[in-house]
Design a protein around this ligand. Structure first.
Ligand SMILES: [Fe+2]
Ligand SMILES: [Fe+2]
Length: 363
């Protein structure tokens, strides 16, 4: 018997009638549907991200955050956050398909009440003279450039006991958790948690470089270290720059790790700090993970999916999944420092992480 693909051609009317007949059975014809994929001329399929590259400039965001603080109290807003919404989405509050970024402001004397949720969150501090986030009873310091974690289901409230506004970048996996319909949230019985642990306790226990307390590690899947101070991060990057070339795609890049297992800080989000040398231009690549970048210090631009995104201090920009990107430090004298967070642990865990070099604007 010869085996071959069959060739049956129905009329358009017959096919239409057939498909309509399926509808009341809650059935549809697979061959008639095209999902969110793009097909190459050879017939292979690859992701076609709906999110678009975008940059949010600090010079635009800061005045709006301060204005929000005049218009809405932390009584009225569960959290006073300006959502950085990807322009391609009107129906979802997302920055990339899986990640969310926002700008949160807490004014002198204010608290944002205690709650917890299954969405994991990070805070990257932009402007502050102190203040803290109380994570499960531990006051975690928040100074500019610091990374603070509030993992899945950790109680957290924010407090500003200084005389200046505190403004930070929020990073959450909320779009992913909502997509999975696994979002839970609840309020703490009181407005604030008691300060039951010493300030900086997790730093004392788990921030001592390669040392950690002996014995059983904590039975959690996120980092037990809640605070990564910027001074340590920049120092690590600067020291590495003296001995290492770094990656052609990222320059010098270091990952914030879980000190217990060396993995990402949280199961759904990985955090990175990178240093671009004066005048550095990275090569282009793309990967199935998406990334949100925050410019700690520097002046440059990134070419993302063919769009040039100009950035300077405190700007935030997004790189959607499977979108080419490369970075340029325009300063010939100063390094540029970028913080970023991505969904790479999720893609890796599901065996969906792919990366490839792509032709860029230069060599
Ligand atoms: Fe929260
Ligand atoms: Fe990348």
């Amino acid at each position: 018997m010869t085996l071959t693909r069959s060739d049956i051609k129905a009329s358009a009317e017959e096919l239409e009638q057939f498909q309509q007949g399926l509808q009341h059975l809650s059935v549809s014809a697979l061959w008639a549907n095209q999902g969110p994929v793009s097909r190459s001329p050879g017939g292979s399929i690859e992701p076609r991200p709906r999110a678009v590259p975008h940059v949010w400039h600090w010079l635009d965001l800061r005045p709006q955050a301060l204005r929000a603080a005049e218009l809405v109290g932390t009584q009225q807003a569960e959290r006073r956050v300006l959502q950085l919404k990807n322009p391609a989405f009107s129906d979802r509050s997302v920055t990339t398909n899986t990640l969310f970024a926002g700008i949160q402001i807490v004014m002198p004397g204010e608290v944002a009440r205690a709650h917890r949720h299954t969405m994991a969150a990070l805070r990257f501090i932009i402007e502050s003279e102190g203040g803290y986030t109380n994570v499960d009873g531990e006051p975690v310091p928040m100074l500019p450039g610091d990374l603070v974690l509030t993992p899945n289901w950790a109680w957290h409230d924010h407090a500003n006991d200084t005389g200046a506004p505190m403004i930070w970048l929020d990073g959450l996996d909320a779009p992913l958790v909502r997509m999975l319909e696994a979002a839970f949230q609840e309020d703490f019985p009181q407005e604030r948690q008691a300060l039951s642990a010493a300030r900086g306790l997790s730093q004392i226990r788990y921030g001592a470089g390669a040392l950690r307390p002996a014995g059983e590690p904590p039975a959690v899947r996120h980092s037990p270290l809640m605070h990564y101070a910027w001074a340590d991060t920049q120092d690590a990057l600067d020291r590495l720059a003296e001995v290492d070339e770094g990656s052609p795609y990222d320059g010098l890049i270091m990952e914030y790790t879980n000190p217990v297992d060396g993995g990402s800080v949280m199961p759904t989000i990985a955090c990175f700090a990178q240093r671009l040398r004066p005048g550095e231009r990275t090569a282009a690549h793309r990967h199935t993970s998406s990334t949100i970048y925050h410019v700690v210090h520097g002046n440059g631009y990134s070419i993302v999916g063919g769009h040039s995104l100009n950035w300077q201090d405190k700007d935030t920009f997004c790189v959607p999944n499977w979108t080419s990107h490369q970075h340029v430090n325009l300063s010939e004298t100063e390094p540029a420092y970028l913080f970023s967070f991505s969904d790479i642990p999720v893609l890796r865990a599901l065996d969906l992480l792919r990366e490839e070099p792509v032709p860029g604007e230069w060599g």
